[in-house]
Design a protein around this ligand. Structure first.
Ligand code: DHB
Ligand code: FE
Length: 279
């Protein structure tokens, strides 16, 4: 049977991908962040699963605001990095896992989640930057991926609790997959940031750290936050954090926090990353 081994949460700041792609990680602005990511990368080297379910958001790159599904699962054989206006990132294509993705969809739909299915979506920085955070610049990515896109940009959005419950349904789906594969799950986006409007540049370390603490010790606390709570406390784009609840919902009640990094600023955001092993 398949086994869910661990979850990761990470921000997806596009500038971080650009720093990697353009060889700037040793420059003063980036150096301490990338040094801080070393233990995370070493953990990934030692703990690469067969497939990673990557819960991410598209930034109106692939999906138009005219038609944005709440939850979309990618069933493609492979996925290309998206062109976000200045050409696609020069990173390897992502290999999908259609058989596992379809199993996941069937199981989660039987659990009353009505998912959209997409066989050919290109993946923007919300997806490729977390891969670069974990794996650096390999000639091919070391795991297959199943993209799960969450609408965090076109209201109405799914609630923080709904995201957690989706994660629980994904956890059930993993447990019932007959092949002996190892599976990881990532929640991406955040942490606190706001990219426009009067409060542009807002970051809130106290809120972010409490969210990270709760992720480990009291995950239901993070399901009681409303979208307004996220936007007030963590800025408009801080609401991306609801995707971390999908990751946490898939893990069991007991997790061990293996790694945490919190770094301000990265671009206009607070960068956060966490690894939780399933016990
Ligand atoms: C930035 C952060 C994001 O999460 C994003 O999607 C786009 C830009 C930024 O800080 O620059
Ligand atoms: Fe974003």
């Amino acid at each position: 049977m398949a086994k869910l081994t661990a979850g990761m949460g990470t921000s997806h700041v596009p500038g971080l991908g650009a720093a990697i792609d353009n060889g700037k990680t040793h420059e003063a602005y980036w150096k301490s962040l990338f040094e801080g990511l070393e233990p995370l990368r070493n953990w990934h080297k030692a703990n690469t699963p067969d497939v990673n379910i990557i819960v991410y958001n598209d930034h109106a790159t692939e999906f138009s605001l005219d038609s944005y599904s709440t939850f979309t699962v990618g069933v493609g054989e492979s996925f290309r990095p998206a062109d976000e206006g200045w050409g696609p990132r020069q990173v390897p294509e992502m290999q999908g896992h259609p058989e596992f993705a379809w199993h996941l969809i069937e199981s989660v739909m039987a659990d009353e989640f009505d998912l959209a299915v997409n066989a050919s979506m290109d993946l923007d920085h919300g997806f490729t930057v977390p891969l670069s955070v974990a794996y650096g610049q390999p000639s091919e990515w070391p795991t297959a991926v199943v993209p799960v896109c969450v609408n965090v940009i076109q209201h109405p959005l799914p609630t923080a609790l709904r995201c957690y419950k989706l994660g629980q349904a994904i956890g059930t789906a993993i447990e019932s997959y007959p092949d002996d594969i190892t599976v990881g799950i990532w929640g991406t986006g955040g942490l606190s940031h706001q990219l426009g409007g009067e409060r542009v540049g807002v970051v809130n370390p106290e809120f972010d750290q409490l969210f990270l603490d709760n992720l480990t010790k009291d995950p239901l606390a993070n399901t009681r936050l409303s979208h307004t709570d996220f936007m007030r406390e963590a800025g408009c784009e801080g609401v991306e954090m609801i995707m971390w609840n999908v990751m946490r919902g898939a893990l069991g009640d007991n997790v061990e926090e293996i790694f945490r990094l919190y770094h301000i600023p990265v671009s206009a955001t607070a960068f956060g990353a966490i690894i939780l092993e399933n016990k």
